[in-house]
Design a protein around this ligand. Structure first.
Ligand code: ZN
Length: 160
């Protein structure tokens, strides 16, 4: 069976940035199972896997526009420190959920002064070109329940 809309695809993968540093990998965690065509993974990687089958190995370089988007500098914001009153030790790199007009956004602390905390609402991988090495382990039909939920159940997927 080939990778197509509504297929469950099980992959091993390693993700590197352009300097060769490993950003993410299934190694040690176990293979990832995703439902093709449901936005479970970035669309650039779905496109690269379309039509492939179990045993295939692919390498794909994916531009930010097909991954986590370009960085937007206007998503940085200075916030008075007292708004973090409930947090004891704010450190650079910490992530918080922030309520915005467009719903909750994950922001990352990028700088701290005595009175202000600078947060960045960009995804940590925004603006980063992604280099994937992927091996397809399995391609199978999704169950009706998986299609209804929009994700894979069992190993490498959701447990609930
Ligand atoms: Zn489910």
């Amino acid at each position: 069976m080939k990778v197509a809309e509504n297929a469950v695809v099980v992959i091993d993968y390693t993700l590197k940035d352009n300097s060769g540093e490993v950003i993410d990998s299934s190694e040690g965690v176990g293979p990832l199972a995703y439902l093709h065509g449901f936005g479970n993974i970035i669309n650039g990687l779905e496109d690269a896997l379309l039509g492939k089958e179990a045993g295939d190995q692919i390498q794909a370089t994916i531009a930010p526009e097909h991954a986590y988007g370009e960085r937007q500098e206007d998503m940085q914001q200075d916030v008075p420190k007292e708004l973090f009153g409930g947090v004891d030790n704010i450190e650079v790199g910490m992530q918080f959920q922030s309520e915005t007009d467009e719903g909750p956004v994950m922001v990352t602390v990028i700088a701290i002064t005595d009175e202000m905390v600078t947060v960045d609402g960009n995804h940590p991988l925004a603006g980063v070109e992604l280099n994937f090495d992927v091996t397809i382990r399995e391609v199978r039909e999704a169950s009706d329940e998986e299609l209804e939920h929009g994700h894979v159940h069992g190993a490498g997927g959701h447990h609930h």
